[in-house]
Write a protein that binds this ligand. Structure first.
Ligand SMILES: [Zn+2]
Length: 322
């Protein structure tokens, strides 16, 4: 019930009534059921990164991109071999083992009813042999439910009992400001309440940081505002290798990296979001850095090359996994 009202709140607050049209749950589950718990490991310098799949869900296309006609959105999806009737949004967090710290980047949709197509990260973690109690740090990119709801178990207790949680300070300020909460439209209220509930069991273990703040050695926040006021990317650097976890700087790369000018209804400030997207993706492609995106196809990591006015994504090679 809470989840449903949270999602309704999000979509309604973002002015996307078309997104509220429900896809029958059974159809979604059947369409999205993965073959096995999704995890994948690759090396980044001295670090080992484990990609943890949280599942996927379908959202209506109508109203999804504010500044382009539906046909243009569908044409871009078709070029990227994606369905053109709905958008499949996938969810994949990354866990970085530095040898001294175990750092989780975003937590997924959290506990769901059995058989749900999302909320699978805990199962992926278990399949990968990772005990959540060993995680030393959780870094949260922004406070949308699909990124923070995995902080808690179904009973509301901490899913990561020994972790410090690093959050972008501007994000914390926005979502914990009682003035902002009271001024927000009614449909958005559940998002504020959700933030309170997810962080409640971590009191005394939450650290706020700005651009450059380190979670652990080699892992630092990069300010990336627009999607939400305090949205942050995370730079992961070891030896000569660097990966930028861009979180929701773009949604699916076939759509939003190909067309960085597309303004998704999920971006709270679409103009700032586009400027951030171009700045980050230009740097990632120019410096040939590895990239990971929370809504990129599993395992969510790869590279981005500049291509015309947009960017082309190449997924990490399975054979390079460890
Ligand atoms: Zn997201």
């Amino acid at each position: 019930m809470l989840r449903r009202s949270v999602m309704l709140g999000a979509a309604a607050a973002l002015g996307a009534p078309a997104l509220l049209r429900a896809t029958p749950a059974a159809a979604q589950a059947a369409a999205a059921a993965p073959a096995a718990p999704g995890f994948f490991r690759f090396r980044l310098g001295e670090f080992t990164v484990t990609s943890l799949h949280d599942g996927s869900r379908l959202v209506p296309l109508q109203g999804l991109v504010r500044n382009a006609p539906l046909e243009e959105v569908q044409r871009t999806l078709a070029e990227g071999f994606q369905p053109t009737d709905q958008l499949r949004i996938t969810f994949t967090g990354q866990l970085v083992d530095t040898g001294r710290a175990l750092v989780l980047l975003d937590t997924g949709n959290g506990p769901q009813a059995a058989g749900a197509p999302i909320g699978r990260m805990a199962g992926a973690m278990q399949a990968a042999g990772i005990d959540p109690a060993r995680i030393t740090h959780v870094v949260i990119s922004h406070f949308h439910p699909d990124h923070i709801n995995g902080l808690t178990q179904a009973d509301g207790s901490a899913a990561f009992p020994n972790a410090e949680v690093l959050v972008p300070e501007a994000e914390w300020r926005f979502w914990t400001d009682e003035g902002a909460a009271s001024r927000a439209p009614a449909p958005m209220q559940p998002l504020f309440a959700n933030v309170t509930a997810r962080f409640r069991p971590y009191q005394g273990r939450i650290r706020q940081g700005g651009d450059g703040t380190e979670a652990a050695a080699g892992i630092s926040l990069l300010a990336a505002p627009g999607h939400t006021p305090g949205h942050a990317a995370v730079q992961v650097a070891s030896g000569a290798e660097t990966m930028v976890y861009i979180a929701d700087t773009t949604n699916r790369p076939e759509l939003n990296a190909r067309r960085p000018d597309f303004h998704f209804v999920f971006d709270m400030d679409p103009v700032v979001a586009e400027a951030t997207r171009r700045r980050l993706l230009d740097r990632i492609s120019a410096e040939r850095l590895r990239v990971a995106g929370f809504h990129f196809p599993f395992p969510g990591a790869g590279n981005l090359a500049k291509d015309g006015n947009g960017y082309r994504f190449s997924v990490v090679d399975w054979a390079t996994g460890v």
